[in-house]
Ligand binder design. Structure first.
Ligand SMILES: [Zn+2]
Length: 266
């Protein structure tokens, strides 16, 4: 399709004749500063808002220009691509998932979404124009459901984190923010590398289990059971260790009561 310039007056005449002139021609993009990224035709056969309607619905800046949007979109795409490179599509293999829990792409994407505020909490959905009857936390009703609230400061989430920290003998859980909590380099020099890997994995699985339980509450209307959630995390990790440690009979009770001491035995 040829790139043509058009004037507003000519355009209006054509629109009056029901010729959608703006959509008939590609624009010359130049430096991208005067072309709207999603709402104008500048690449492909249609506007990006039509080609990718779901992404458009999630867009916070629908009128951003190419120059404003392109760098960020490419950066995000590159990050996502590198994370996706690790994803195993073999969903039938639970053992495989457990063996690779720390490096598993699915968990990484989950954590990445938490860190980048990409969680479909009620506040985030509301910002994107999705009509909800309430933006309050569906679990505790004690505040707005932001990412921070849902995963960290919600009464139930912080209670679970407190128990996880206590179980791992990692000091008190002081309502860390989500970035501090999930930061990968937040490890202890006195811990073995297996211990540090597990501590990262525990926090990732913690976020995963918290969100899963939140969804069970929202969609299944079942109440949150913190001891059950804690046990799910402990069991998942025990299975994972059992898979990587061979030749020894592992004792789940010791793991449950003293995981850090247990790691010195394996
Ligand atoms: Zn809450």
């Amino acid at each position: 399709m040829a790139m043509l310039l058009y004037s507003c007056d000519q355009g209006k005449d054509l629109e009056d004749l029901r010729v959608h002139y703006k959509e008939s021609f590609e624009k010359s993009v130049g430096d991208g500063g005067d072309t709207l990224f999603r709402k104008e035709l500048w690449c492909g056969n249609d506007k990006l808002s039509n080609l990718f309607p779901r992404l458009y619905r999630l867009e916070l800046l629908p009128y951003a220009t190419i120059r404003e949007r392109l760098g960020r979109v490419l950066n995000e795409f590159q990050s996502l691509k590198s994370l996706l490179a690790n994803v195993s599509l073999d969903r039938n293999s639970k053992v495989k998932l457990r063996r690779s829990i720390v490096s598993n792409g699915e968990f990484k994407i989950f954590v990445w979404r938490a860190l980048k505020n990409r969680f479909p909490t009620r506040v985030e959905l509301d910002k994107r124009g999705i009509d909800l009857h309430s933006v309050r936390c569906p679990v505790c009703d004690g505040g707005l459901e932001t990412v921070e609230h849902a995963l960290v400061s919600c009464k139930f989430a912080s209670d679970l984190w407190g128990r996880i920290f206590n179980w791992w003998k990692s000091g008190a859980f002081n309502n860390h923010n989500i970035v501090e909590l999930l930061r990968e380099n937040n490890v202890s020099s006195s811990m073995s590398s297996l211990g540090n890997s597990l501590w990262i994995a525990i926090k990732w699985i913690g976020v995963y289990v918290i969100w899963k339980n939140r969804n069970i509450k929202v969609f299944g209307d079942k109440s949150w059971k913190i001891p059950v959630a804690l046990n799910e995390i402990q069991t998942l990790l025990f299975d994972w260790i059992s898979n990587i440690v061979t030749g020894k009979k592992l004792d789940q009770q010791t793991w449950l009561s003293n995981p850090v001491g247990y790691l010195n035995l394996v």
